[in-house]
Design a binder for this molecule. Structure first.
Ligand SMILES: NC(=O)c1ccc[n+]([C@@H]2O[C@H](COP(=O)([O-])OP(=O)(O)OC[C@H]3O[C@@H](n4cnc5c(N)ncnc54)[C@H](OP(=O)(O)O)[C@@H]3O)[C@@H](O)[C@H]2O)c1
Length: 327
């Protein structure tokens, strides 16, 4: 059986991606096959499409030296389970799920491991759920595991209007913290609408020059020098860098050095798929405390445009790629 999918066989520009008819993926015993309704675009898609060197030249060791191993992209997914591996006991055919796709979600069908998905919140459309996994899990794991976020804290989210940032604002509020959101002025209403208590426009104001001190600074942009965030942290404050992988050599050295000589802590992390965390976010969504802010939707045919949009670096929330019209 075949399906429509966007295929990327060479590293390069978005135009290199091609809509084709290819074989449907065959799931393993611990996997499910999902009829895809929606997906999104993340830095990972850009990395695998372009072959950019995000890990100081090591990137192509993981993605393929000459050409990408992964030819169908799309790491987020929302859809309906249509087939189940014999070892999967906690889902059934017909379940509506969201999470991460093992084979790419830029396709009518995708397979994934049972522990990379959870049931979709019933009050979310596939379009809303299909953009969450990478950015939502990054926000949750960064704040909770990296930042040890605690009720009553004063938290600053830098890059609050992006994919990770819009989820981080809502999650930080759900932990009972006071949230200051930093973004450009055009996104003020967006982030205040997601629950932020205060807003700072980074194009007009440098938050590190204010008197305010924070228990936790969560940076999704990773363009600021160290001196910037240190001044704005409380004595035992934690800075979490969500914008860089923890395995990069400079980040690793920086973590070790800063954390050895300062009470103020510097953390970076690598996002992991987690059923428990996906369930946590779905529950928050059911309670009306968590949603996706979607700036624009694209069809599978428009995937190159969706990549260009994301690569612009100023997406307000997420962009959704709709595979089936009733998403
Ligand atoms: N640690 C991990 O495991 C992990 C996992 C996933 C992603 N990431 C990384 O996290 C980063 C963010 O991902 P994302 O999907 O949230 O990106 P995104 O949706 O493109 O968001 C980028 C945000 O950055 C802001 N921004 C852009 N330039 C800025 C500047 N000069 N100063 C201040 N803010 C600026 C934008 O705000 P305005 O439009 O308002 O200017 C926007 O809100 C990426 O670098 C990605 O590689 C890390």
């Amino acid at each position: 059986m075949t399906m429509k999918a966007v295929v990327n066989e060479k590293y390069g520009s978005p135009e290199g991606m091609e809509l084709k008819e290819i074989d449907k993926p065959i799931h393993e015993d611990d996997e499910v096959l999902i009829k895809t309704y929606a997906t999104s675009v993340n830095t990972l898609d850009i990395f695998y499409r372009s072959g950019m060197k995000v890990f100081f030249g090591l990137s192509r060791l993981s993605s393929g030296i000459r050409r990408p191993h992964k030819t169908v992209l799309g790491f987020d997914i929302s859809g309906e389970i249509v087939e189940i591996g014999k070892d999967v006991t906690d889902f059934k055919v017909g379940d509506l799920v969201y999470g991460g796709a093992s084979s790419g979600a830029n396709a009518e069908f995708a397979k994934t491991k049972y522990d990379k998905i959870a049931l979709k919140a019933s009050n979310m459309s596939h379009a809303e759920a299909g953009v969450i996994s990478v950015a939502g899990l990054s926000a949750l794991q960064g704040l909770r595991d990296g930042g040890n976020i605690q009720k009553g804290q004063n938290v600053l989210i830098y890059g609050a209007s992006g994919g990770i940032g819009t989820y981080a604002v809502q999650l930080a509020k759900s932990f009972g913290t006071t949230v200051t959101a930093v973004a450009s002025g055009k996104n003020k209403d967006l982030v205040l609408g997601l629950g932020a208590d205060y807003f700072i426009d980074y194009t007009k104001e440098d938050f590190t020059r204010n008197e305010e001190k924070y228990d936790l600074i969560f940076d999704t942009v990773a363009k600021s020098p160290m001196s910037r965030w240190k001044a704005a942290l409380k004595p035992n404050g934690i800075f979490v860098n969500a914008g860089s992988p923890s395995m990069s050599i400079t980040r690793f050295m920086l973590n070790r050095l800063v954390n050895k000589f300062s009470q103020k802590k510097y953390k970076s992390f690598d996002t992991q798929y987690s059923r428990k965390d996906l369930e946590f976010m779905a529950k928050l969504a059911e309670e009306g405390k968590f949603r996706s802010a979607i700036e624009k939707t694209y069809s599978l045919e428009e995937i190159a445009e969706a990549h260009r949009h994301y690569e612009g670096g100023h997406t307000a929330g997420k962009i959704a790629v709709i595979i089936r019209e009733d998403a």
